[in-house]
Design a protein around this ligand. Structure first.
Ligand SMILES: C[S@@+](CC[C@H](N)C(=O)[O-])C[C@H]1O[C@@H](n2cnc3c(N)ncnc32)[C@H](O)[C@@H]1O
Length: 228
């Protein structure tokens, strides 16, 4: 792991969760234990991610054609990997009013629901496998904040995230610095871009993420019916 992730300010929980190698059972168990402390732990570590996700989305909306479903009406947002709802809270504060959340962890999702800002929240959703019919192409805007991080989902899951978005909609993703340095995230994204499934709208490199690490922020438009 790179220097940024060896920073002494990182909490023990952050360190441990990044060592779980993307094992969904271990991640679910870990987040079940961490759920009630998560907000205090990340908030005390200068969590810039939620605000950056909103800024990335706002820039992306400025880039899409007016016939995009993310542009032409008050769009609903699916917050994938919503955790306890910190990204949802930032979206809500910025004016988005119809937000659904899904997450692997029931306990994290339950805490998101308590905020009272999500229209619906569902735990037990594994974002590394093809989405179920009710989630596939289900939202014009999908946010995935803090999920493409060390020990969580593989870069190939970007394809599953894209499947959540309505054709012509917007996918917003963060990548922790150590993650996009150490994985083949760029290869995964370039495959989707060169095949025409994702059209890159925004890339903000080395932006605020946590106190101990920067991150990159990405937004794409999903292309056409059936993502062709
Ligand atoms: C670092 S937290 C980020 C949560 C929230 N988006 C935020 O920014 O505070 C990572 C979240 O990803 C979820 N997660 C990890 N692996 C997942 C998977 N395979 N499918 C769905 N969610 C997953 C965890 O349960 C956790 O809530």
């Amino acid at each position: 792991m790179g220097d940024v992730d060896d920073h002494e300010d990182m909490t023990e929980s952050m360190r441990e969760v990044m060592s779980l190698d993307g094992d969904v059972d271990k991640l679910a168990t870990y987040y079940a234990r961490w759920a009630d402390e998560y907000d205090d732990d990340v908030a005390s570590h200068g969590y810039g991610l939620p605000e950056m996700m909103v800024q990335t989305l706002q820039r992306a909306i400025g880039e899409v054609r007016p016939d995009s479903p993310a542009y032409t009406r008050s769009p609903n947002v699916l917050d994938a990997g919503c955790g306890t709802g910190l990204v949802g809270a930032a979206l809500h504060a910025a004016g988005w009013s119809t937000i659904d959340g899904v997450d692997l962890s029931h306990e994290m999702a339950d805490n998101a629901a308590v905020r009272g800002i999500y229209r619906s929240v569902r735990g037990g959703v594994d974002l590394t496998v093809p989405p179920t019919d009710d989630l596939r192409h289900s939202a014009p805007i999908v946010t995935v904040g803090g999920v493409f991080t060390v020990g969580h989902v593989p870069p190939e899951a970007l394809e599953q995230m894209a499947e959540l978005v309505e054709p012509g909609g917007i996918l917003v993703v963060s990548t922790r610095r150590a993650y996009h340095e150490e994985t083949d995230f760029h290869a995964a994204r370039e495959r989707l871009e060169s095949s025409g499934r994702l059209h890159q709208l925004v890339h903000l490199p080395d932006a605020p993420y946590t106190m101990d690490s920067t991150g990159d922020y990405w937004a794409w438009q999903t292309m056409g019916s059936g993502l062709t």
